[in-house]
Design a protein around this ligand. Sequence first.
Ligand code: GRG
Length: 308
Amino acid sequence: MTLVRETHSPQPKSSFDLSAYLADRVKKVEVALDSAVPITYPEKIYESMRYSLLAGGKRLRPILCLATCELVGGTVEMAMPTACALEMIHTMSLIHDDLPAMDNDDYRRGKLTNHKVYGDDIAILAGDGLLAYAFEIVADRTQNVPPQQVLQVISRLGNAVGAAGLVGGQVVDLDSEGLSDVSEETLNFIHTHKTGALLEACVVCGALLAGATPDDLDRLSRYAQNIGLAFQIVDDILDITATQEQLGKTAGKDLQAKKVTYPSLWGIEESKRRAQHLVESAQAELAIFGEKAQPLLAIADFITNRTH
Ligand code: GRG
């Protein structure tokens, strides 16, 4: 596994209350998302965008952005427009991923998928609307951040969504469907792009907004790359071990679609071990930040302990 690069020993466990922290952040993000997309004419498209955007979800991406911005000395207010943009981009990717031309799923976040409610045409447009709005909101609503840093964030978001990120990962994923001989290298490419690029952008954008030094950006990028891969390994395990109720989407989809996954390559126990190792390596990157890193340390643990 190439992403692991331990520079310090993992930090000791602390009494940080992650549940309370997450509950507070989820609430703040939900309020910001709700007010970011009001319904106006033509109502149908705004309703469709809001249907998926406000359907719940862990809000991991915006929370990572806010936490990193604070870690580097910024504020929640500085990062909230970017945090909302990241959740809009993520939601767009879920809407498009669920379409019949892609993964073809009926449930997401415990509800019918967007196209099942609004039709394929509106679902495609809802994704497009959210994607465009993500860039608009960062450019228009970010406050108390030098324009040069806002531009860096916009560039980073574009890079994470496009062919060098989500789109590229999705293309290789589609090409690999039904193939039994997908290599570990290809699987890593798919997931570092399809899942990892946006998670890394969350952390990097939060850091950029707060004016992080190049060294801190490098450390935080490595933290994000490691938790990104761990997140996907756990996602693959949960597809096998969790129920539809827990996941809020169809369980067992990978097996059904004959997808090569980390557990299919390594088995479940070895996959868990490797995810745990990645999380510890991610945490080791944060040693230099001391106590201030508690939220990001705890979020890394949450990635391996989660049940959905
Ligand atoms: C159209 C520009 C454009 C891009 C879309 C469809 C696509 C290209 C990419 C697919 C990306 C994708 C769906 C990756 C899967 C990522 C993943 C593991 C999602 C689940 O994330 P969670 O568990 O979900 O954080 P919640 O619901 O909690 O937010």
